[in-house]
Design a protein around this ligand. Sequence first.
Ligand code: SF4
Length: 674
Amino acid sequence: MKIVRTVCAHDCPDMCSLLAHVENGRVVKIEGDPDQPLTAGFACGKVNRDVDLVHSPERLTTPLRRVGKKGEGKFAPIGWDEALDEIASRFKAIIAKSGPLALLGYAYSAHQGLTNRGLPGGMFHALGASRLIAGTVCDSCCETAWEMTAGGVGGADPEAVVDSELVIAWGADLMAVNVHYWALVEAQRKRGLKVVVIDPRRSRTAQKADWHIPIRIGTDAALALGMMHILVRDKKVDRDYIARHTLGFDKVEAEVLPRFTPARTAEITGLSVADVERLAAMYGATKRVMIRVGEGMTRLAQGGQAGRAVCLLPGVTGSYGVRGGGALLLTAASCDLNYNAIRKPSGPTNTRTVNHLRLGEALLDMKAPRIEGLFIAANNPAVTNPEVHKTRQGLAREDLFTVVHDPFMTMTARYADIVLPATTYLETDDMFRAYGAYWMQYGPRAVDPQGQARSNVQVAQALAQRMGLADPVFRMTPSELLTELFKGATGKPGTVDTRTLPSAGPINIAPTTEGQIFKTPSGRLEFYSEQLAKQGGPPMPDWTPDPEEVRDAERWPLRLLTAPGYFQAHTAFSGVAFLRKREGEPICVLHPEDATRRGLKHGDKVKLFNQRGTVGLVLKVSDEVRPGVVLVPGQRPDAEAVSGTVNMLCSDRYTDMGEGATYQSTFLDVAAWS
Ligand code: SF4
């Protein structure tokens, strides 16, 4: 038995340090590394089962060529050389006929480290292909909102919660998506730390909190502005901090805050005036309040405004200057590595772009040239994209040559012409940096690739060489890629000797400076954003009813709330039978009043429907959601549901900032399945 000290690559803010127990070439046990303070010796309930992920009987073991219709899932095994030669020759033929813009590399992040995540995109960048604006299904809206507010810096250090007096989990179900931060928070409650959860749903975290505030979906900006109104009224504002570290508060105070009286805030948010007052009083009573900002509140039409308003709150009280205070959305921006060496080794400065969430539109409507060749890696857009029917319609095009590289036969892979078996993170060497904590770590492979699986780096390099690309990164060893990644790094990562990385274990990269640094154009926290004004966006935080949402709400009586499943946080976990079972069958949750009104009862098969489509799920009746809300946890593939997948109901409209997805701006109805 050997124990390999590695890193959890699942798309999760904690980035745990793991110990993989290996016997006879098989992972037999995974546990959290006790020597990494945040991991603190435990892995979550999903990753405890990663033995089943690596050795799942559902893993793809060989390259496959399609022999049935697109989407049908009929394939025959082929060899790697045959597959790679065919892909390269098809891509070359497409470039010769229509130019490189007819190719699209659609590689994303799922569940792997920095070089495996970056190099497939780097190959398409070097080819001058149509360029993916990645991450818009996920965090582009909240990232942009933060960037426009605080600049390219990380948020509060989660481990500083030992100095907090209050934690506000704002739209963040910590027990589902940030379990190690939650464990730290729980430990601090013994010394009196209070926990408030602001969430439309009474999540498990909300059930354990000191106070759950069941806010109406899409009104977070109004609540934050209402709190600011009260803080100003009650003279809980740190004028000295505002003068030294912020920009434009005077304009917000004069032009925006007067409209957010407690009464109006209560009316918008669906809360009582007393609760709005109480929350503002709690917030104003100490600077040591850490707001853990969830991303879900930004996945709707005015998500950027929500993210900005919430992240500006600590600027009103001067909480950003204090350890244990501030706001934590992401930490990744603080880790300044040479990502471009991997992601953009060469290629034209500008090409045509394709937004991640609008793959369907790109495949169906883009012309001069049409997309004729598509390479999808670490991504399952046939389930995770909004307007998923459009995505599938595009993938079904007979004149589209599609390659999918994935460990499992996903819904997307079923549409491929060639499917390539991918390694999981426990079969690759790579570098990892957390995006919700201040840690980085090298993660060596625990076992050899299963079957004939190959990593993204291997596939990108093999294809790049066949495509005639001469950039050195396509010939580098993993350790040379690592050296490249750290060239010119600043801050603590800049002090790292890459030769020692494989044995260095977890490296803490928390900034050592006192207080929060802002990297906006003004160097201050920007209540007023000139950048947003120049882009034609709203320069100041505000809340106004969104006209499309108002129109849809008049047509449909219910609003969709999506949230990560506890055991199916991503579709990548759907390859693990045990976790599928733990999560249970795909459900939707309705308040008892809404269920009764429709003559529905717990356990019924129901259809969720709107102008975009119909999805079949099993009904759970519970008051964990308010009347008027339908909660759907997880993005479960069709095969597990009664019918379809939830994103069939969601529009591919953009958010107000960052061109992100607006899943939570979906309105619908529910009826008995027929
Ligand atoms: S909590 Fe997150 S980082 Fe830790 S083991 Fe689970 S998925 Fe991985």
